[in-house]
Design a protein around this ligand. Structure first.
Ligand code: GLN
Length: 459
């Protein structure tokens, strides 16, 4: 009875779109057999992993949480998921997400919201104890499933914070590596110059092991980095002697949530205790990062999503007597949810002939200024410490009617995405309502090791 109650509670989180326990069992059996035979074991032998349903998995439906791709069964495996299986892991299922990875609360999924396993311990502004909370987004299925102990690890993707913000909301950790570390091949594209895969798990060490397996050059992705994969796990160390931590002052705006601000101060002390020096740095263009992101990401999305035309993938709506244009229109009207349509419209607008220079070109220029900010800051320090998100998790529905309020939740995560820097979310404790809040460590390009080490010092 207790077991059945647990199963019901787990299913109520709605973290999985498709469950594939037989694949996880197969990997576990293979690991047992290899062990009995004295064969060498892969780094993830027998480990059950949840796959964000943005990764194409051969023979298993891949939807990007959209109606558009309902019933799409890839004939190929994404590079990253293929590497996980080659290391002995087994797929537990495909995890729910915001539709096409667009969102910060997992409320844009065609398959319903995911619920966080957390509940407020105290009333918060009269909103009550028991409101269902957002697991963050877009990797909300991944964060919820790990936080609820349904799986020890999952994949995420991060375009503007989708690994880090859900990790912060659910008290787990996750790392977005340097852009190009993990191949984008076989991952449903959102904004190609920003999209990056990474692991989500409960510990820094687990993240290091997973990231090592997931990373590596792939000739099938033209932006893949042709560099050897470092031994991040073997070189984990929480000793930060000789390292300088930068505290970007623009990340502490007036009105920053007091509990997040206090956690940030504690984080500074933890890094000092680990031997680091701390300096204040300035990233003066920070306030432009969010508007820049919300021009560039929709622009690339509008282009990437043009492929869903009712001909090549998934859904087709063919009204009686319809011509080609009618078929496109009907398919896209029915296949995309409201947030995806909003992004396509913004993207099409900022790329249109009359507005391209005013929006898209301008955003690319500001993106270069933001990159320059980080370069100058990293002349004075080896890593940056900031909060991951400006608040703890919010109630489902709370921000749904106001897209701008939702976008504001990404304020601390989008800058590292725009510049392609490695960044990790690490839990920092609970706020006074009993909800997880977390810190973000941002590193220099290719310096995942320092990011992981500083996160280990915080863990
Ligand atoms: N919340 C951001 C957005 O909606 C980031 C999403 C992501 O990283 N995939 O675009």
């Amino acid at each position: 009875e207790a077991f059945n109650a647990n199963v019901t509670a787990a299913k109520a989180l709605n973290a999985f779109i498709v469950e594939t326990p037989e694949k996880a069992l197969e990997a576990a059996d293979a690991a047992d057999k290899a062990k009995a035979a004295g064969d060498s074991l892969g780094a993830l032998a027998g480990v059950p992993i949840g796959m964000k349903d943005l990764f194409c998995t051969q023979g298993v439906q891949t939807t990007a949480a959209s109606h558009m791709l309902e019933g799409f069964v890839p004939t190929y495996e994404s590079t990253v998921s293929g590497k996980l299986w080659a290391a002995g892991a087994g797929m537990l299922g495909k995890l729910n997400l915001d539709q096409f990875a667009m969102g910060s609360s997992n409320e844009t999924s065609y398959y319903g919201n995911v619920i966080s396993p957390w509940r407020r311990a105290k009333t918060d502004g009269g909103r009550g104890d028991n409101a269902a909370l957002a697991p963050g987004g877009s990797s909300g299925g991944s964060s919820s499933a790990i936080a609820a102990r349904l799986c020890p690890a999952a994949t995420g993707t991060d375009t503007g914070g989708s690994i880090r913000q859900p990790a912060a909301f659910t008290g787990i950790s996750g790392i977005k590596p340097t852009y190009g570390r993990c191949s984008r091949w076989g991952i449903v594209a959102f904004a190609s110059s920003l999209d990056q895969a990474g692991p989500m798990a409960r510990t820094v060490r687990d993240n290091a092991i997973l990231l090592e397996v997931m990373s590596g050059f792939d000739p099938k992705d033209s932006t893949s980095l042709d560099l050897p994969v470092p031994q991040w796990e073997a070189n984990l160390s929480s000793d930060l002697k000789g390292k300088t931590v930068g505290i970007p002052k623009e990340y502490r705006p007036d009105g920053l949530n007091a509990e997040i601000s206090a956690l940030w101060d504690r984080g500074i002390e933890w890094l000092k205790d680990a031997g680091a020096q701390v300096v204040e740095v300035s990233l003066p263009h920070t306030k432009y990062a969010l508007p820049t992101y919300y021009i560039i990401a929709p622009a690339e999305a509008s282009s990437n999503l043009a492929r869903y035309d009712g001909v090549r993938y998934g859904q087709r709506d063919l009204p009686d007597g319809a011509g080609l244009q009618d078929m496109y229109a009907a398919t896209r009207a029915a296949g995309f949810g409201p947030e995806v349509k909003r992004r396509i419209m913004i993207g099409t607008y900022v790329l249109s002939a009359g507005f391209y220079d005013a929006y898209y070109t301008q955003a690319q220029k500001v993106r270069a200024l933001i990159a320059r900010d980080f370069e100058l800051a990293f002349e004075k320090c080896d890593l940056l410490l900031t909060p991951t998100a400006p608040s703890a998790s919010f109630a489902l529905g709370e921000k749904q009617a106001d897209p701008l309020a939702m976008y504001l939740n990404d304020v601390f995560t989008v800058p590292a995405s725009l510049v392609g820097l490695p960044a990790m979310a690490i839990p920092g404790g609970l706020d006074s309502a009993g909800l997880p809040i977390g810190l973000q460590v941002i590193g220099k390009a290719l310096d995942e090791q320092t990011v992981l080490n500083a996160s280990l010092a915080i863990e």
